[in-house]
Ligand binder design. Structure first.
Ligand SMILES: Cc1cc2nc3c(=O)[nH]c(=O)nc-3n(C[C@H](O)[C@H](O)[C@H](O)COP(=O)(O)O)c2cc1C
Length: 170
């Protein structure tokens, strides 16, 4: 399916199937994530693949018991890496690195969907707690957790704002 067609559909899984995601698909998703454009091509982000049972359980709690976090077979945490970019971006480092991490997550999201998976963006987490779970570096901030897997129940898109309400020609 064309990407322009794919992204018109809902991406969100209300619930995930417990079917394992093939390693080859996870590899493609991560490759997609690190292929994203980034400010000054610094790739100032880290991606944590959360595999251990203990880390997964703690992540579930840190996301206020979001069931999709418990059920998704793949959890990726995208963090901004401020240390990597501070010399380049000065006082705007947090903005640039958070954007880099979000763009990387978006690429992962699109690749996951093109592989027939659902991928949920989750930002409703306790930021310091998720950083502790992955043992993140001192200069990292958590941007988005992505829960990926085969959908059991797909989300229903609520509708979109009209183009005229969003786009401004200047
Ligand atoms: C940056 C970002 C953060 C989000 N955080 C959450 C979240 O914490 N919890 C949640 O249930 N959904 C979260 N979502 C998912 C949106 O609610 C979801 O994309 C929305 O339901 C629309 O999905 P669809 O248009 O693909 O159907 C987040 C989405 C984005 C882009």
């Amino acid at each position: 399916m064309e990407i322009s067609e794919l992204i018109k559909k809902s991406s969100f899984a209300q619930s995930f199937d417990n079917k394992t995601v093939e390693y080859s698909k996870i590899a493609k998703i991560v490759q997609g994530a690190i292929s994203a454009p980034s400010s000054e091509q610094l790739q100032a982000y880290k991606i944590y693949v959360i595999n251990s049972k203990e880390a997964r359980e703690n992540m579930f709690i840190a996301c206020d018991y979001d069931q999709t976090v418990q059920d998704a077979p793949v959890l990726l945490l995208f963090c901004a890496d401020l240390k990597r970019a501070e010399k380049h971006h000065g006082e705007r480092t947090e903005f640039f690195t958070s954007t880099d991490a979000a763009v990387s997550a978006t690429y992962a999201h699109i690749v996951a969907r093109s592989e027939g998976l659902s991928a949920n963006f989750i930002s409703n987490f306790h930021p310091l707690e998720v950083l502790r779970i992955v043992n993140a570096g001192e200069y990292e901030t958590a941007v988005v957790l992505m829960a990926i897997g085969y959908p059991k129940e797909e989300g229903v898109r609520k509708g979109q704002r009209a183009m005229k309400d969003i786009i401004r020609e200047v």
